[in-house]
Write a protein that binds this ligand. Structure first.
Ligand code: F0G
Length: 463
């Protein structure tokens, strides 16, 4: 059994061989930096951040073996040895017949939906991630979220808040007509809903509905290993199963998948598309050749394929996943003990602060999530990401904000990057901001782009 289950302290299951310095700033300096950046953490230079929790994507620390793979990668244009190693690893985990490398997750989405999505088509998911939704909409199709009810309530405690609502899925297929649905998708874990896992039973139930209507099922698999770990810990019958065999079972119910390797393949760049349907794979490869590259490298260098193959092997290590999930929960426990409202239970890759409850005095149209994320930077140089009215707010014909259901601030934890004392520091910063929450002020937008405004918007604090 794992040693860390016997002792209470969960240590990082790695030693650190290479380090990067962190530049420290003072609160006065950060006030100035914030002003320059228009109070938008996306516009702050990374070197001015003390702890960067903007995303867990592409921010992993690679292992010594991955770096060795970078040196050892075969850069042949066609038929690279690194491709075959990568293909073999993906096939072992997923059982998929056709494996197509891409430069990142959204490139896989773009290829898939440029083929199966068109005007009049609609693709259901538990919750589409922004880029998935954007690629579907860009292809002229519609993206629909069918998350179960518990997943929409930050305060409800449930094991699998990422599950799709099966009854809604059936009703949806009947209402829209099977001919308009090219495929059903499920995202594991459900990033946009708090990194919450999807149960094996739910995946089986989705499969059964797909079988009934003859529909293919695709998994958005970015955080598949974190999802498998939750299944092992929380779902009956999986406690004694290896992570690999749980992953194999998950993918056995799917006809295809899209993957951002920047998450659970522990690399800084990479992704892939995989499927069992030969005809569709041929079409995808044809688009790939135009947009990404030859099918054995697909927008990547041989060294990237090598690092991905190695990362996919390492992610299946249970002591890594134990540490990973526990370290997110550890931060969550500290915040909850101090009364900070977060999405419960904690998910796989991030803590989501419920900004609506955090600063009840700031209405949605003054962007409470923005207020919290600016304050976290101001107080401690911690960078987080608003996922609320700035990111998803829409406006009615009178220019009144239609806020999304939740005002969240995501603190995504990069893999293998920060130690427990970094996390203790983050908790201290958040708790201090929480204790002084009544002094937080709302924000107004002074500049915004017509699309995806959160990346470049500039704000001004309200008096
Ligand atoms: N699907 C999910 C569930 C994701 O979380 C992401 C990326 C993608 C697809 C797209 O992958 O970035 O490689 O093109 N999520 C990152 C994040 C950006 O911060 O959550 P990509």
């Amino acid at each position: 059994m794992l040693f860390c289950i016997i002792m209470k302290t969960i240590i990082e299951p790695f030693r650190i061989k290479a380090v990067e310095p962190i530049k420290f700033t003072t609160e006065t300096e950060r006030n100035h930096i914030l002003q320059e950046a228009g109070y938008n953490p996306f516009l702050i230079k990374a070197e001015d951040i003390i702890i960067d929790l903007l995303t867990d994507s592409g921010t992993s620390a690679m292992s010594a073996k991955q770096w060795a793979g970078i040196m050892d990668g075969d850069e042949s244009y066609a038929g690279s040895r690194s491709f075959y190693r990568f293909e073999e690893m993906v096939r072992l985990i997923t059982g998929m017949k056709f494996i197509i490398p891409t430069h990142q997750g959204r490139a896989a989405e773009k290829i898939l939906f440029s083929i199966v999505g068109e005007h009049g088509k609609v693709i259901p998911n538990n919750t589409h991630f922004d880029t998935t939704r954007a690629n579907i909409e860009f292809a002229g199709a519609e993206a629909v979220d069918l998350l179960n009810e518990a997943g929409k309530h930050p305060e409800i405690i449930a094991d699998f808040k990422g599950n799709m609502d099966i009854e809604k899925l059936e009703a949806f297929i009947q209402e829209r007509g099977v001919e308009h649905i090219p495929l059903v998708m499920v995202t594991v874990t459900n990033n946009s809903g708090g990194g919450q896992p999807v149960s094996m039973q739910n995946i089986k139930d989705i499969r059964a509905v797909c079988d009934q209507y003859g529909l293919p099922l695709f998994i958005d698999a970015c955080r598949f290993a974190e999802n498998a770990y939750f299944i092992k810990k929380r779902e009956q019958g999986y406690a004694d199963r290896s992570i690999l065999s749980i992953c194999q079972e998950m993918f056995s119910y799917a006809d295809g998948m899209t993957m951002s390797a920047k998450k659970d393949a522990l690399v800084n760049i990479g992704g892939f598309l995989a499927m069992n349907n030969q005809e569709l794979a041929m079409q995808c490869r044809n688009v790939l050749i135009v947009t990404e590259g030859f099918p054995t490298y697909g927008g990547l260098a041989g060294r990237d394929l090598e690092a991905m193959a190695q990362g996919l092997e390492e992610i299946l290590d249970e002591s890594y996943l134990h540490y990973r999930i526990r370290s997110v929960e550890y931060l969550g426990d500290k915040l909850l003990a101090a009364g900070v409202p977060i999405i419960e239970p904690t998910g796989g890759h991030a803590i989501y602060i419920d900004a609506k409850r955090f600063c009840q005095h700031i209405p949605s149209y003054q962007f409470p999530g923005q207020a919290v994320s600016v304050a976290l930077y101001q107080k401690g140089g911690v960078r987080a990401c608003e996922i609320g009215s700035v990111m998803f707010g829409k406006y009615d014909e009178n220019q009144q904000l239609i806020p999304p259901p939740m005002e969240l601030v995501r603190l995504a934890i990069p893999r293998r990057v920060y130690t427990q004392s970094h996390i203790d520091y983050v908790a201290e910063v958040i708790i201090e901001v929480f204790q002084n929450r009544n002094s937080l002020k709302g924000y107004q937008i002074v500049y915004e782009a017509p699309m995806l405004r959160h990346f470049t918007a500039r704000f001004a604090p309200l008096a």
